[in-house]
Design a binder for this molecule. Structure first.
Ligand code: SME
Length: 156
């Protein structure tokens, strides 16, 4: 695999192009998930969760790329995604076998990173990445995903 910083810089340019395209917001989000899953070999599931506007204590699954998940709604506090909703801070789980508050999607998933998305200072959703590798995530992934969270926030 290419050096992460080179790859992430290239992907940032592609994501800027995707965000500027004439397409619906949903299509843009879907294209971002597709791009990340295709280009980053250890990103095996890439998806968005958004706060349910009718139940502000629950997340709803948005566009995603990868295996279908039974976790289409996640109450705040449950699993890694639910913890991020409560803490409003990124969580990195390098080995899901060591995490008590974890909702399993598939036995193939070994690690997860979840980064919150804010709009005008309010928590509105998250980017969730599952990997089939143990401990693939570094600070670079977190910085990269925060950058994407900001771009997504602008397009919503
Ligand atoms: N593992 C997540 C559930 C969502 S799936 O990864 C798609 C969690 O613990 O919140």
């Amino acid at each position: 695999m290419k050096d992460k910083s080179i790859l992430f810089n290239e992907l940032e340019v592609w994501i800027d192009d995707l965000v500027r395209e004439k397409a619906s917001k949903l299509n843009k989000l879907q294209n971002i998930t597709k791009l990340l899953k295709e280009e980053i070999e250890y990103y095996n599931w890439v998806g968005f969760y958004f706060v349910d506007k009718e139940n502000l204590e629950e997340l709803i699954l948005g566009p995603f790329e990868g295996a279908p998940t039974e976790h289409t709604r996640i109450p705040f506090g449950q699993g890694v995604c639910g913890q991020v909703a409560v803490d409003q801070a990124s969580h990195v789980v390098q080995d899901v076998a060591q995490e008590d508050n974890y909702l399993s999607c598939s036995l193939d998933v070994k690690s997860e990173i979840v980064v919150p998305i804010f709009k005008k200072g309010n928590f509105i959703g998250e980017i969730d990445i599952d990997s089939h590798k143990v401990a693939p995530f570094t600070d670079e992934d977190e910085v990269f995903l925060k950058m994407i969270a900001e771009k997504v926030s602008e397009l919503l």
